[in-house]
Write a protein that binds this ligand. Structure first.
Ligand code: UPG
Ligand code: MN
Length: 753
């Protein structure tokens, strides 16, 4: 026993790789030489040369930030098997699921997430599951009620047979596998469970088809849902299941929450929902740790909570594990990542690099938070914790109300969290006593004149509330930790390709840029707050991602401009300096390709991702930049558009992976680029371009770059000729063509033809 407790719960290992670092430096040196060369020849060259110079300054700056991020990647290895000694003292965890729309987020997906949470390997009496429904949908409520009944069978089944995947939809895709001697009994129960699960699916499906779930007269528990409008209704909180006896192997508490909404009150999208979850759980169970997942992120590794505990309990100081992030991985990714949305390489090299600085960013889901950190605790407070704890009951009440709002029950619960250090825990088997208090803290007016959204809880003011909230925590001098066990702890749906994926990217672009211009900008936080300098650079790398769309767009247009005006932005073929951009391109491509190969990914996946970065830049990220600009000018406000989740499972469609389009203006810039390049190549090869004057004319370098650009934007070139949703709408084509002709004309005019 004594030995047991001395076994480490985790280990932090460096993943640095010298070859990789060397390549990064080579790219950097090549960029510098290119800049130097451009600068020294600026006077002998035309406008294209200067534009290229400006863009390359930006790229070199971003590359410096990239090197900073990737310099010392780190992994945390966790040992849940060493926790057995702690078993009796494991702290409680409140688990949150957010859903917002029963159509875009089919309830069966959310219910699978809930089931996977209820069945984790952790004492059930220490867990409570809260589902926030921003759609205020009786269908979601109904689904949750039915799910809780199924959970009574599912949870014991999973625990008894040590089932690996505890989201039934995923589990029942496979055949029953069990090693052991009770296989006959297992087979029987497996069949029964499968039938029960199918029945649950049927019920939910039937209810969603009827649009009005049972009971049809909306009485009883459903009465509160009659005549509710999604954006205008009082709070609804229902205790769906209570673990009354406090059983360790039973089903944890389940609570349904639909916070009050009023058209006059801003509801702050997901951040607002998270704050209500925090308060409601605060008055109900008040666990010191909170796990939050998006509705489509199921627990894929039943030991997920234990892995998190290794870091939360194992770190010497609470300061070093303010929150624990698990990576966002996906279960339904297409082969070779045609839409570049699986983020595998990003997670492996960029995320792990950031882990080595001040800990991972908060990614909005798959994260365990320390409740006291969410309540605004800083690194200093933790150092002084001893002092704080000694005068537990003496936190000034007035101060508490100003910070946390006027609920006595809530401020009391918050004081407990802020003052008690490790080991505090109080199991509540009866939640109904706290319903009144819970309803109050879910009111939309509750946060008026408090610190919620500004200093406490999830931060308001960005469509990527996650990054902003994490930034706030890092700015208080705290460090976060990362766990990436095998099998992955959580899995979710990848966004579908085409329009939906761009909408999501646009939201991210918008949200991230909003942070850059907010009061919490990392630059300010680095100077005034406790954000580490290298962490500030890491945040800048992400937050500047949207602005990069502008140099990207210019760079993509340059070869076409040069072909049309017969000028050059690359050194001439006979100029030895051509070797600089050439080797830069080669080394950079080899470097990025090697990242894919090392992870066992294909060359195709590499190409798809490289191409998608170009496409996303001039579509989603460009529009994100524009929408922030218009917000700053006061023309519009930004919103959180929910991503559609697909419940159909792996699609058999042979066209998956093919681009789809709609009438969205998002598709215009890329279509225009394709058209401009096509026209430019025609002009060049038919000799319609102006004769070259004094300065060098366009050469094979520009031609190759133009063809390369067309290859990157090939999905759009195909879209010009595609049918139905696989084709660009004719209105988009017309508008883009008009714009392209105008631009070509402008180029010719500028060169005096
Ligand atoms: O008003 C809202 C809007 C959204 N959500 C929930 O927020 C989650 C994320 O929404 P989704 O449409 O899936 O967005 P994604 O782009 O997939 O989410 C990523 O990016 C978000 C920030 O932009 C983070 O909050 C997420 O955790 C992260 O997974 C879902 O559970 C929604 O139900 C709400 O609860 N209320
Ligand atoms: Mn999502």
């Amino acid at each position: 026993m004594a030995n047991q407790s001395s076994l480490p719960l985790y280990e932090k290992v460096s993943l640095k790789n010298n070859l990789k670092r060397a390549l990064e430096l080579v790219v950097f040196l090549l960029l510098l030489s290119l800049l130097f060369y451009r600068f020294s020849t600026l006077n002998n060259n035309g406008i294209a040369w200067s534009v290229a110079f400006l863009c390359e300054i930006w790229f070199a700056f971003i590359w410096t930030l990239t090197i900073n991020i990737k310099w010392n990647p780190v992994a945390y290895i966790t040992f849940p098997q060493h926790l057995s000694h702690w078993y009796a003292e494991l702290p409680p965890v409140d688990m949150f699921v957010t859903t917002a729309d029963p159509v875009l987020e089919p309830p069966i997906i959310t219910m699978n997430t809930v089931l996977s949470l209820l069945a984790v390997d952790y004492p059930a009496r220490k867990l409570a599951c809260y589902v926030s429904d921003d759609g205020c949908s009786p269908l979601t409520f109904y689904s949750l009620v039915e799910t809780s009944k199924f959970a009574e069978l599912w949870v014991p089944f999973c625990k008894k047979f040590g089932i690996q995947v505890r989201a039934p939809f995923k589990y029942f895709v496979g055949e029953p596998i069990l090693s052991g001697d009770n296989s006959l009994e297992f087979q029987k129960e497996w069949n029964k469970m499968k039938d029960e699960y199918e029945r649950l699916c049927e019920k939910i499906e039937r209810a969603s088809r009827n649009s009005m779930p049972l009971p049809s007269d909306m009485t009883g528990d459903y009465a509160v849902f009659s005549n509710v409008e999604r954006g205008n209704h009082p709070s609804i909180i229902k205790i769906i299941w209570e673990n009354k006896e406090g059983l360790s192997d039973g089903v944890p508490h389940i609570v349904y929450i639909s916070r009050e909404k009023h058209p006059k009150h801003p509801h702050h999208f997901k951040a607002g929902a998270m704050n209500v979850l925090t308060r409601v759980s605060g008055v109900m169970t008040n666990a010191p740790f909170m796990l939050n997942v998006d509705c489509d992120m199921f627990v894929n590794n039943p030991q997920a909570v234990l892995h998190a505990m290794c870091l939360l309990l194992g770190c010497k100081s609470e300061r070093d594990s303010a929150f624990i992030m698990f990576p966002q991985k996906f279960h339904d990714g297409l082969k070779d990542d045609p839409f570049g949305n699986q983020l595998v390489v990003l997670l492996e090299y960029v995320a792990r690099g950031i882990v080595g600085i001040q800990g991972p960013f908060y990614g909005g889901t798959n994260c365990f938070h320390r409740r006291k950190v969410i309540y605004g605790l800083s690194a200093d407070d933790i150092e002084f914790e001893g002092k704080l704890a000694s005068n537990t009951e003496e936190l000034p009440e007035k101060e508490l109300h100003k910070t946390f709002g006027s609920s006595v029950e809530f401020t009391r619960s918050a004081a407990l969290i802020l003052c008690r250090s490790k080991g505090y825990y109080d199991f509540r088997c009866n939640l109904s006593g706290s319903i009144e208090a819970a309803l109050r803290v879910a009111d939309c007016g509750y946060e008026c004149n408090t610190n919620w959204g500004a200093k406490v809880g999830w931060m308001y003011g960005s469509a990527t509330e996650d990054v902003l909230t994490g930034l706030g925590i890092h700015s208080r001098g705290l460090v976060s930790a990362y766990s990436s066990p095998d099998p992955p702890a959580f899995l979710g749906c990848t966004p579908p390709g085409g329009p939906a994926s761009l909408t999501q990217q646009k939201r991210w672009a918008t949200g991230l840029l909003e942070i850059l211009f907010s009061k919490m900008s990392p630059v300010i936080m680095c100077i005034k707050g406790k954000l580490q300098f290298r962490m500030c650079l890491a945040y800048l790398w992400v937050l500047l991602r949207s602005i990069r769309s502008i140099p990207e767009l210019c760079y993509a247009a340059l070869p076409a401009f040069c072909l049309i005006t017969n000028s050059n932005f690359l050194p001439q073929t006979e100029d030895p300096a051509l070797v600089i951009p050439l080797s830069l391109f080669m080394v950079y491509s080899l470097y990025t390709l090697s990242e894919y190969i090392r992870l066992g990914l294909s060359m195709r996946a590499w190409w798809n991702n490289e191409r998608m970065v170009r496409i996303q830049s001039v579509t989603a990220w460009l529009f994100g930049t524009l929408s922030v600009a218009s917000k700053i000018l006061g023309l519009s406000d930004t919103v959180f558009e929910i991503t559609k989740k697909d419940s159909s499972g792996e699609s058999e469609d042979s066209d998956v992976g093919k681009f789809t389009f709609d009438k969205s203006p998002l598709f215009m810039p890329a279509t225009t680029i394709v058209l401009v390049h096509m026209i430019a190549l025609v002009i060049r090869f038919s000799g319609l371009h102006p004769p070259k004057e004094g300065l060098g004319g366009s050469g094979s370098g520009e031609i190759i770059c133009s063809i390369y650009a067309l290859l990157c934007f090939m999905p759009f070139a195909r879209g010009l000729f595609g049918e139905g949703k696989y084709g660009l709408p004719s209105s988009t084509i017309f508008k883009s063509a008009a714009l392209a002709l105008f631009l070509v004309h402008l180029c010719l005019w500028s060169s005096g033809v």
